[in-house]
Design a protein around this ligand. Structure first.
Ligand SMILES: Nc1ncnc2c1ncn2[C@@H]1O[C@H](COP(=O)(O)OP(=O)(O)OP(=O)(O)O)[C@@H](O)[C@H]1O
Length: 262
């Protein structure tokens, strides 16, 4: 989008340069710069309203930035969308799906849309349904899926074309521990094969377990990034996060009425 963007670092899966998005007078993303290394399992963390979803939406071609450039393996998301979309998988927050298709039909439709041969679509569909423990519900309509099942079928749809980079916005929100374990297993296997995973989460323990690289976003900018151990600097990620964000101490005055004499 801008001619002046510097070349991406070699080895970067995602290069974000001077990204801006304003909603009215508020800047949701305010000149954000970030280089995400290829082959890493990356956690994007930040408080509510920090700009994570807006950043991920602009990075994956779902929301047009006001300013800035995003490159995925060197291809510009907005100038070369077809090339970029072939290389990425996305599980957005509040994903809208074709509700009147069954889970199996949804995957088959996605596979055909991606240009995969029919036999390969069928093979991958059945394998993904099996690994994600959805085979028994494969003929149920997506409209009748639970929250966890929706996340799993959304993940299967995002993985079907074997993308180089997978973006997930809050993939574990509303997911029970059993489904979360299944999703974790699939993501670990995908990342172990050298692909890049970028996911946003509020759950620091999960980010610490899964990620080897983190970026902390606050007020539309990146305030810390790098290998997990560097960012947490000998503390838990939770403690490092609170310190980086500058959490306000409770002065004990507010809500003094709450739980007191009635
Ligand atoms: N479509 C929109 N219209 C107006 N304001 C918006 C819109 N989308 C996001 N915002 C605002 O932009 C800011 C960043 O929102 P965003 O959803 O990107 O944050 P987030 O870090 O993903 O938050 P959370 O962790 O709560 O999901 C918030 O103040 C939000 O209210």
């Amino acid at each position: 989008m801008q001619a002046s963007a510097p070349p991406p670092s070699p080895g970067a899966a995602v290069s974000i340069h001077n990204l801006w998005k304003r909603f009215g007078r508020q800047a949701a993303v305010a000149g954000l710069n970030l280089e995400l290394p290829a082959g890493a399992f990356i956690g994007l963390v930040g408080p509510n309203g920090a700009g994570k979803t807006t950043t991920l939406s602009m990075t994956t071609g779902l929301l047009r930035p006001d300013e800035g450039t995003v490159l995925i393996h060197g291809a510009d998301v907005w100038a070369d969308p077809v090339a970029v979309k072939a290389r990425i998988g996305i599980l957005p927050e509040g994903l809208r799906m074709f509700e009147r298709l069954s889970g199996r039909e949804l995957l088959q439709y996605n596979g055909r849309l991606r240009g995969l041969p029919g036999a390969e679509v069928d093979r991958r569909t059945e394998e993904l349904l099996g690994v994600l423990d959805l085979t028994a519900d494969a003929d149920k309509l997506v409209a009748d899926y639970s929250t966890g099942m929706r996340k799993k079928i959304g993940l299967a749809a995002a993985l079907l074309h074997n993308p180089d980079v997978l973006f997930l916005d809050e993939p574990f929100e509303g997911v029970d521990p059993v489904s979360a374990q299944t999703i974790r297993g699939v993501l670990k296997r995908y990342a172990a094969a050298g692909s890049t995973v970028v996911f946003s989460s509020h759950v620091m323990e999960l980010v610490e377990q899964l990620c080897d690289w983190v970026a902390v976003v606050n007020a539309g900018q990146v305030i810390a990034h790098g290998p997990l151990d560097e960012v947490r600097g000998g503390r838990s990620l939770h403690a490092a996060f609170l310190e980086l964000i500058g959490v306000r101490e409770d002065d004990g005055q507010a809500l003094g009425w709450l739980g007191g004499d009635r």
